[in-house]
Design a protein around this ligand. Structure first.
Ligand code: PBG
Length: 332
């Protein structure tokens, strides 16, 4: 700092007018920073509002294609798909994840038909929307989620999604070594250009509740996911997770949830200089909506302030259920 003393320096000078604030703004949020998570349900012409996520619905495949078109029109570059698998198709081993005609694959194809290559399709790799126990992997007799056997299934799930046309495979399961195994399988199955966005630092968070309602796994889940998702108290460990995933072939990494982990985002960006994304998760969205409804502040102002924080912390983009509203606001 050179000679930063009053009155030579008055930091309020550049803040005094709108044009000057615009000129000095350090970070800018654009619709291209947004990834829109969408929930898929069975049937046609179906919209099912998710009660714990006011303003968010599950859509049948035809509706998903329409939302994808809206995303293109709003300048949102990518959508993330999550299926609500019918209860009778859930099983201990989550085999429906490997069905080339499952809800996820049908949604991928419908979006591709509707939008061509105008939009990126990101797909979640983990077994929880397909298992009868709601865990992300396979269980042994003690109920422990086993690592290597789970990875073998995740690899097939990822190839199934890539075969259907997914652009970005996003493993959210937190098994060790899965990024490397998925990368090798994508290469060997003629998908060299399919990206991997690794949910690298994914915490065992209390903020996932509404998501589990949306994909129908909440009521099924016994216990917690602490034997694979991270302890919210740990930051150094997040950097080790991220280092591993980059070394194993991740094209980008993710920190999840978002706002409570801005320090992890910042450290990851400073340390590795790779594209870092944040997932502003369902509970974060629901808190903003509940706050706005309770009169805490203006909904649009609240959501935009939180989204710009991710850019300031170093994110390349944010997965957020507020994506369509934020894009509308940004487009004026
Ligand atoms: C599944 C998965 C979860 C989320 C994204 N993928 C939930 C979980 O791990 O239990 C949460 C997203 C959200 O809360 O919005 N592996």
């Amino acid at each position: 700092m050179i000679n930063a003393s009053y009155p030579a320096t008055r930091l309020r000078r550049t803040r005094a007018t709108g044009w000057s604030r615009a000129m000095h703004r350090e970070t800018v949020l654009t619709p291209a920073d947004l990834i829109w998570p969408l929930f898929v349900t069975d049937g046609s012409n179906v919209e099912e509002p998710v009660t714990s996520l006011p303003g968010v619905s599950r859509w049948s495949v035809d509706g998903i294609a329409k939302r994808a078109k809206e995303a293109v029109d709003l300048g949102i570059p990518c959508i993330a798909l999550f299926p609500n698998t019918q209860p009778e198709k859930r099983s201990d081993d989550g085999a429906e994840a490997l069905n080339p005609d499952n809800l996820m694959c049908r949604a991928i194809k419908a979006v591709r038909d509707a939008c061509g290559s105008d939009i990126g399709i990101l797909t979640d790799v983990a077994l929880d929307p397909y298992t009868s126990h709601g865990q992300d992997g396979l269980l042994d007799d003690r109920g422990y989620v086993v690592n290597d056997d789970t990875v073998a299934v995740l690899v097939d799930q990822a190839v199934n999604q890539a075969d259907a046309g997914a652009d970005i495979i996003a493993p959210s399961d937190m098994m060790d070594g899965r990024v490397k195994a998925i990368r090798m399988a994508l290469e060997m199955n003629r998908h060299p250009t399919v990206q991997i966005m690794a949910y690298s630092a994914k915490y065992a968070s209390a903020f996932y509740g509404p998501f589990r309602d949306a994909v129908g796994s909440g009521g099924l889940l016994k216990g917690d996911k602490k034997s694979y998702q991270m302890d919210p108290a740990n930051g150094d460990e997040a950097l080790r997770e991220i280092a591993f995933d980059i070394a194993e072939g991740a094209d980008s990494v993710m920190v999840k949830p978002g706002l409570a982990y801005l320090d992890v985002i910042w450290r990851a960006k400073q340390e590795f200089h790779v594209p870092v994304f944040a997932y502003q998760v369902s509970g974060e969205y629901a808190l903003i909506e509940a706050g706005a409804a309770a009169g805490v502040g203006d909904r649009d102002a609240l959501l935009m302030e939180k989204l710009v924080a991710f850019k300031r912390a170093g994110c390349s983009g944010v997965l957020t259920y507020h994506a369509p509203r934020a894009a509308e606001l940004l487009n004026g």
